[in-house]
Design a protein around this ligand. Structure first.
Ligand code: ARG
Length: 458
């Protein structure tokens, strides 16, 4: 029997019921639905809208239901319209008339708006924890490899020497911004929609701030139409999650390259890589590839939410039922990716010698060679040209700037003396870049320490 049976003369068509029902995906919110109903019933009792006895009976009944679902004693009916209907129906079955009083001064529209907020607030706390774990792993690794010279790239061409620690700490910055975005989405969803009713609140003397404080919301929604039809917080969360996936995906792409025989900068632990069914020599970075691939799902979820919301008139419309599968999928995917990604990074073996070898080729100290002349008084453009000539000469002679004899330097520009070799040593090139944000090993250590301290406050 449907909730709206009074107005209708027929039961709903079976296939239409399946189409209309959201129980298959909203049942995961049963804890939040019951939590919300308990607070609502307490408030109704305190405000004298229902009797204290009724309020207490409802709370007890709901506590019994949550216990029974948790223990598996009560199964959620897959044919119910949604989780809200199922729980109210079960309560009424257990309490009779009293159960029917729970929905006083409430609509499923403000109820569902509440449940999603409660559910996502908890998920944000979880995801934040996972992101923080990844940042900690990065900081520890960065400290360990603060002296490890590697080539920095632009256009995927060797550009200037950096340290591996510096490279890792770049991701830590991205992830710190991700945490900030998660916090922002959390702040926006930290508003109680209950009391907005179907769209225009209620004439009962409810006390919304009581319900808000019972449920841990810092404030109540100020406009009832907005309260029931706002899903900005889902879009915001999906967009914060999408950006996290962009970061994980870029990192994955680098790890995939670094694992290749061409780079060999890192080796993944056996526990976090896979073999081939036919090629015995293969060790594949499947986890990193999957994370890169799964970013597409999360971006898709964001697009779903934006598209669902963009054309619906105020206030609630059934289109909005589509919000849940999208945001749940985005949340599940990001959590799953982080669960696999963090230990993969933590256990990967870094191969500093190969990084150093790659850094020794490709003239990544050419800028420093030019800067050496500038420090001797030459204008940068002239120094740049002289160094270009030297690089061309090295390529012709199949040698490097480090190995080129001083006599050759002097032929190009008399200002060179043997000090140039120390100026272009990769260690000096890196450690000379100690301005704020630079790759010098001292910087990396300070930065990693600072971030770890910051994490304690986030
Ligand atoms: N199952 C619905 C949803 O997920 C909530 C119920 C509101 N439905 C309604 N027809 N007013 O959005």
């Amino acid at each position: 029997m449907k909730l709206w049976a009074g107005r209708f003369s027929k039961e709903i068509d079976k296939k239409t019921n399946d189409f209309n029902s959201s129980i298959s995906f909203d049942s995961r919110m049963y804890h939040e639905d019951i939590e919300g109903s308990i607070a609502h019933a307490q408030m109704l009792g305190e405000c004298g809208i229902i009797s204290i006895g009724e309020s207490m009976a409802i709370v007890k009944g709901l506590e019994g239901i949550v216990r029974d679902i948790d223990s598996g004693k009560l199964e959620i009916d897959p044919n119910a319209e949604d989780i809200h209907t199922f729980i109210e129906g079960e309560l009424t079955m257990r309490l009779g008339q009293t159960g029917k009083r729970l929905h006083t001064a409430r609509s499923r529209n403000d109820q569902v708006a509440l449940d999603i907020r409660l559910y996502l607030k908890k998920e944000i706390v979880e995801i934040k924890k996972q992101v923080k774990e990844l940042i900690t792993v990065l900081c520890n690794k960065a400290e360990k490899y603060s002296n490890t010279v590697m080539p920095g790239y632009t256009h995927l061409q060797r550009a200037q020497p950096i340290t591996f620690g510096h490279h890792l700490m770049a991701y830590s910055e991205m992830l710190l911004r991700d945490i900030d975005r998660l916090d922002c989405a959390y702040r926006h969803m930290d508003e109680l929609p209950l009391g907005c009713g179907a769209l225009a609140t209620t004439t009962y003397p409810i006390d919304r701030s009581t319900t808000a404080s019972l449920l841990g919301f810092s404030r109540v929604c100020k406009n009832s139409l907005d309260g029931v039809s706002d899903r900005d917080f889902c879009m915001e969360l999906a967009s914060a999650l999408s950006i996290i996936m962009v970061h994980l995906s870029r990192f994955s792409e680098e790890i995939i390259m670094w694992c290749s025989w061409e780079f060999k900068f890192v080796e993944l632990d056996d526990a976090f890589s896979t073999g081939s069914s036919i090629m015995p020599q293969k060790k594949n970075p499947d986890i990193a590839e999957l994370v890169r691939g799964k970013s597409g799902r999360v971006f898709g979820d964001l697009m779903t939410l934006l598209t669902v919301m963009k054309g619906i008139a105020l206030a609630y419309n059934k289109d909005m039922q589509e919000d849940k599968e999208a945001i749940f999928d985005a949340v599940d995917t990001v959590k799953m990716c982080l669960t696999a990604f963090t230990p993969m990074v933590d256990t990967m073996k870094v191969l500093p010698d190969n990084m150093r070898k790659a850094a020794a080729k490709g003239f990544i100290n050419a800028t420093d060679c030019a800067d050496y002349l500038v420090k001797k008084g030459m204008p940068f453009r002239d120094a740049y040209k002289a160094t270009g000539t030297l690089v061309a000469l090295c390529i012709e002679k199949d040698t490097t700037l480090e190995e080129l004899p001083l006599a050759e330097y002097k032929k190009v520009c008399d200002a060179f003396d043997k000090g140039v070799y120390s100026a272009i040593s990769l260690e000096n090139c890196v450690n000379g870049r100690k301005t704020i944000g630079g790759p010098a090993s001292g910087n990396v250590k300070v930065q990693a320490k600072r971030v770890k301290k910051l994490l304690e406050e986030l």
